[in-house]
Write a protein that binds this ligand. Structure first.
Ligand code: GLY
Length: 355
């Protein structure tokens, strides 16, 4: 697969990827190589990764706990301390080997340690391959509020090795699939149609679909790296999705949802809002709901939860001047940014999701 060029880095695939990474490490002068892993990727991905790495650099491993609950500034503090104690300097390089938490947090740590060291993302989850590791957004959560602290700063390259997906549980694969569905919904009807008919797809198609998703995301980010305009399209499903994710993360009576599981609900709700406010066809709205419901189990959200979820919308990063700005769809592949929505309509959307 041909490498995908982003503004100032490239995304490399499978065998080519390791050749590019090894060459890059050989051609640049680094003092030390740090690999950031979590408890899962240390066990399941690190041995394979090391077997592909060819370098004389001194390598140190830094491990963090796995899971969204650890995407915090406290975890960063641990990683900054480890870098410092293990002799990290401005010529060190950090390789982030993991899913979205590791690539987001590692990118942020690298962007801030000694005012910035170079980093490379090696995503090991589908979600991180098609979304988190692409586009330079990195950071951590503030309490349960998602991605409130961070910077936009790209790494040196992204290494997509799809064999890592062989060890990924089904629910994690589906979580990434939700972001791929979003790429189709906001940018390419044919891609949406292809993804939505799972019966026609085999595992052999996955590499090409990942490639397509990265192209879609990269094209959007290249036009608007700092999210002034088009990049907001990538937030479709995320205004309510992030609020739901945060709510489930904070609630003692709920099980934590994976990012894609929350975004999948967010996309159904926001399609409904699109239908009510922008004449998005009801038939398309129903189709999105059916496709998502065929993949994901219905999540129990009751009217007792609505108020708290709506309350969390005030932390959305797209908000301006106190307004909650939704990204909705005028049609498949035609997003509209900065849409304002009354709370009553959000309640209606929750009812639509449930029935
Ligand atoms: N995940 C949305 C973005 O990178 O803009």
């Amino acid at each position: 697969m041909i490498s995908i060029k982003a503004s100032n880095y490239s995304v490399h695939f499978n065998n080519t990827a390791y050749r590019q990474l090894n060459l890059y490490l050989e051609q640049n002068v680094f003092s030390k190589l740090f690999v950031l892993v979590d408890t899962n990727t240390n066990q399941h991905c690190f041995p394979n990764f090391m077997s592909r790495l060819e370098t004389n650099l001194n390598i140190e491993i830094i491990e963090i706990e796995a899971g969204e609950a650890h995407k915090t500034i406290e975890t960063c503090l641990g990683v900054w301390n480890a870098l410092s104690e293990l002799g990290g300097d401005r010529k060190s390089i950090l390789i982030n080997l993991g899913g979205g938490v590791v690539t987001d947090l590692g990118g942020f740590v690298a962007s801030t340690f000694k005012r910035g060291i170079k980093y490379v993302n090696v995503p090991t989850s589908l979600l991180s391959m098609v979304d988190a590791s692409i586009g330079g957004k990195n950071g951590v959560d503030l309490g349960v509020i998602k991605n409130q602290i961070g910077v936009i700063n790209s790494g040196e390259m992204v290494i997509v090795d799809t064999t890592f997906l062989d060890t990924l549980p089904q629910n994690q694969l589906k979580s990434g699939w939700a972001e791929m569905l979003k790429h189709g919904l906001i940018a390419e009807i044919d891609y949406w149609k292809k993804l939505s008919d799972l019966s026609q797809l085999t595992l052999e198609d996955l590499d090409q679909l990942i490639y397509n998703s990265i192209i879609i995301k990269n094209t959007i980010v290249n036009k608007d790296p700092y999210e002034i305009k088009e990049r907001k399209h990538l937030n479709f499903g995320h205004t309510l999705g992030h609020a739901i994710e945060s709510y489930f993360l904070s609630s003692k009576h709920k099980n934590e949802l994976l990012h894609g599981e929350a975004i999948a609900i967010g996309m159904i709700l926001e399609c409904y809002l699109s239908y009510k406010l922008l004449n998005f066809p009801k038939s398309d709205c129903d189709e999105v709901k059916n496709v998502i419901n065929s993949l994901f189990q219905q999540v129990d959200i009751t009217s007792n939860d609505y108020e708290s979820i709506i309350e969390l919308l005030k932390f959305d990063k797209k908000n301006e001047h106190g307004n909650v700005n939704f990204v909705l769809l005028e049609a498949l592949g035609k997003p509209k940014v900065n849409c304002l929505v009354e709370n009553d309509l959000i309640l209606e959307a929750f009812d639509y999701y449930k029935n």
